[in-house]
Design a protein around this ligand. Structure first.
Ligand SMILES: Cc1cc2nc3c(=O)[nH]c(=O)nc-3n(C[C@H](O)[C@H](O)[C@H](O)COP(=O)(O)O)c2cc1C
Length: 359
């Protein structure tokens, strides 16, 4: 039986515990996508996590996600992140950057002048983009040409190198939640008939190429991948996730990645199938309905053997010293969803750490 407090080796990453901080978009970067001192303070406060996975960080201006999202494609952004990684390392932590491209969930209001969101196919998402005007409906995307695909793969590789230059311990590719990589995996959004579509083997190709592009420049042992099979996020229909993700796992298994991060849906068969196909480290973001992932669920996941570590999002937002609280059996502070996105220190860096009562 694994404990949440046993150490874990994940490629080049040495986690002192298995309580991982899940990626959480908090929209506190400046308009230029540069992380400031508040973000450094926020992440450093959470340095006792076995591993911190940052919020989604865009790999290019064309892949812009929500307003307030940081990037890793300019010198100023790299310098901003250097101060974040320094602060986390000084506090004893480990931190990887979640690299993302929003594809059709991007919005022209956030893209360079005249640039249209791109996607594997011209299928509009029934979803919203978070712009300076609030949540607005997504627009029809432009289907990517093969040249766009090559350029985007280069963007992922360049952002991974930028991440290492900024002092990150590694990167996680965002392959879930309905963003670009997931849009290629989904048979509802990928209607291509070239090598990047057509059947499940074609639909996994972009994810595999993106992972290899990143692993090729920073090392597979510093590269992780997050997927959210069959969850439907951002209008990504998947009619045969077992086939698609089984193929994806088979294709990436020999690469010896640092880890696979699996966002679970209600269908427990998929995480079990991935565990059978993946001999490397799996981090789970368990399915808990509307409730935040709690310590009992995390222990059950480890006991079931389907993952080696568990990521917590909302409870890490509200409990900067979450591992210590879990270890002490201390009560957890409930997060305030009104302060998840945008804003300042309130609901971001002002959650108190647990202090054991002095007898
Ligand atoms: C405010 C907020 C922002 C999130 N942003 C991201 C993100 O940038 N990338 C990502 O992969 N998942 C993101 N997620 C999903 C979480 O990583 C996690 O999978 C989900 O919240 C379930 O974990 P929990 O029950 O511990 O909150 C976000 C969740 C929340 C609550």
């Amino acid at each position: 039986m694994s404990s949440l407090f046993g150490p874990l080796s994940a490629g080049a990453l040495s986690l002192p515990n298995r309580v991982v901080m899940a990626p959480m978009t908090r929209n506190r970067a400046g308009a230029d996508g540069v992380p400031g001192p508040l973000m450094a303070e926020y992440y450093a406060q959470r340095a006792s996590a076995g591993l911190i996975i940052t919020e989604g960080v865009r790999v290019s201006a064309a892949g812009h996600g929500p307003v307030g999202q940081p990037g890793l494609h300019t010198r100023a952004q790299i310098e901003g992140w250097s101060r974040v990684t320094d602060a986390v390392h000084r506090a004893g932590g480990r931190i990887v950057a979640q690299l993302t491209h929003h594809g059709r969930i991007a919005h022209p209001d956030l893209l360079p002048q005249g640039v249209q969101p791109v996607a594997p196919s011209a299928v509009t998402a029934r979803s919203d983009a978070r712009t300076a005007k609030g949540l607005v409906p997504t627009v029809p995307p432009r289907a990517m040409e093969v040249a766009d695909i090559s350029e985007t793969l280069n963007d992922f590789a360049a952002a991974a190198m930028a991440a290492v230059a900024a002092g990150f311990d590694g990167v996680e590719l965002q392959g879930g939640n309905g963003y670009l990589i997931h849009q290629f995996l989904s048979d509802g959004t990928n209607l291509r008939d070239d090598a990047y579509g057509g059947d499940a083997a074609g639909r996994v190709r972009f994810a595999v190429d993106a992972v290899r592009a990143v692993a090729g420049v920073i090392g597979a042992d510093r590269t992780g991948l997050r997927i959210s099979p069959g969850t439907g996020y951002n209008d990504t229909a998947e009619h045969d996730p077992a086939l698609t993700y089984g193929l994806l796992a088979e294709a990436l298994e020999p690469e010896n990645l640092a880890y696979l991060h699996v966002v679970e849906g209600p269908d427990q068969g998929l995480p079990r199938l991935l565990r059978e196909r993946w001999t490397g480290v799996i981090i789970s973001s368990p399915f808990t309905g509307d409730d935040p992932t709690d310590p009992d669920t995390a222990r059950d996941v480890l006991d079931s053997g389907r993952a080696d570590a568990v990521s917590f999002a909302r409870y890490f937002a509200a409990n900067p010293d979450l591992p210590e609280r879990i270890r002490a059996g201390a009560p957890l502070t409930e997060p305030d969803p009104d302060t998840f996105h945008d804003g300042d220190a309130e609901g971001y860096t002002d959650y108190a750490a647990h202090r054991p009562a002095v007898a």
